[in-house]
Design a protein around this ligand. Sequence first.
Ligand code: IMP
Ligand code: MG
Length: 173
Amino acid sequence: MKTNSSPSLEKIITAREIQLKVRELADQISLDYAGKKLHLVGVLKGAFIFLADLVRFLTIPVQVHFLHASSYTHTQSSGNVHLAHQLKLTGKDILVIEDIQDTGLTLSRILEDLVQQKPASLEVCTLLEKDRPHTKVINIRYTGFKIPNEFVVGYGLDMSERFRELPYIARLS
Ligand code: IMP
Ligand code: MG
């Protein structure tokens, strides 16, 4: 009997390509924040692998923080973004580390929230950005890859908590 439990995956970005891109982003961030102490805020859960790889290529002192954001149910954005954190970053240079920008709702909620802490600066680094009209337009300082408007998994990104462990990015087909 055939079951539907394993959707087929098609690799769109290899582990090697990701590694090169993460190094390139880290080099640029290290240059831009030279002489400063940078506070990275990873968006859980999706950004945990990206952040872990990124910090190892940075050459500036950083502090690592996390916040938890959730909005997705299965493969659709619910539009309702729930945030949880205990951050105190007044006067700090903040760089939000996100896995993917889709509608932009999650990042805009996060930025609205963090700006209330009156940081010295507040920027965003996302590994992936979907090629689609974003519901919210956000100024993203660092983007790894622009990808087609398809649901992807791997390298931290999940579908109902599956596939985060893949070392590459794949589309579900
Ligand atoms: P947005 O609020 O629509 O921009 O969605 C952002 C969040 O939804 C991301 O932080 C991801 O956690 C999740 N997400 C969006 N697109 C995908 C995808 O293709 N695969 C897995 N998660 C996604
Ligand atoms: Mg996310």
